[in-house]
Design a protein around this ligand. Structure first.
Ligand SMILES: [Zn+2]
Ligand SMILES: [Zn+2]
Length: 195
């Protein structure tokens, strides 16, 4: 097990670099993508000219970094600038997609790396949280997570009420206290009338 599996949030840049190297090989984009080249491509995807510039801006990065649009023209330029490239500039779009997957936190349930993973709960954009893939939320054997029956966002099961509603939508189908009071008054009034 590598570090990124144990600490899924610690370093998404490193996760993206490792993932790009493995994926480029497995998908036959490139037999051997060196670590330096992979770092250059990830930096370019995020709009930085060099890995040093990316490193200097590390504080600005959060778990949502993979959700940003990737900079395909800068990836092309990075490839064209390489002294002995092992990858073609025409593959920049594919590389961007792989990097965007690699920059997204792993699914907390199955460990899958994908840009389609979604945050658990209802965090603010930029907040740290658990991430999960859709098939793990919807899996029948899933005991720890479920989607809110109203907004469909994934939550830890203990966050949902008995009707399967998230904290935001809890009580959505109940009457509020004022409505209840009005109904009681109405009933009382008519009961009296009828004697
Ligand atoms: Zn999953
Ligand atoms: Zn909800």
């Amino acid at each position: 097990m590598d570090d990124s599996a144990i600490f899924p949030e610690t370093n998404l840049i490193k996760q993206a670099v490792d993932y790009l190297r493995t994926k480029a090989r497995d998908s036959r984009l490139c037999d051997k993508l060196g670590s330096g080249h992979a770092h250059s491509l990830v930096s370019a995807a995020l709009g930085y000219k060099t890995p040093q510039a990316l490193k200097a801006a590390e504080d600005e990065h959060d778990q949502w970094i993979g959700q940003r649009p990737m900079n395909v023209p800068m990836i092309e330029n990075a490839i064209l600038r390489m002294s002995s490239p092992t990858i073609e500039a025409s593959q920049a779009r594919k590389i961007a997609d792989i990097i965007s997957d690699g920059l997204t936190p792993r699914c907390v349930a199955c460990n899958k790396i994908s840009a389609n993973n979604i945050p658990v709960g209802d965090p603010e954009f930029g907040d740290s949280c658990e991430w999960i893939c859709r098939s793990c939320v919807d899996a029948e054997h899933q005991e720890d997570f479920a989607a809110c029956s109203l907004c469909d966002k994934p939550f830890r099961i203990e966050e949902l009420d008995r009707k399967g509603l998230c904290p935001e939508h809890r009580g959505e189908f109940d009457y509020d206290p004022e409505e209840l009071q009005d109904m009681e008054d109405f009933i009382e009034y008519h009961t009296k009338d009828n004697g």
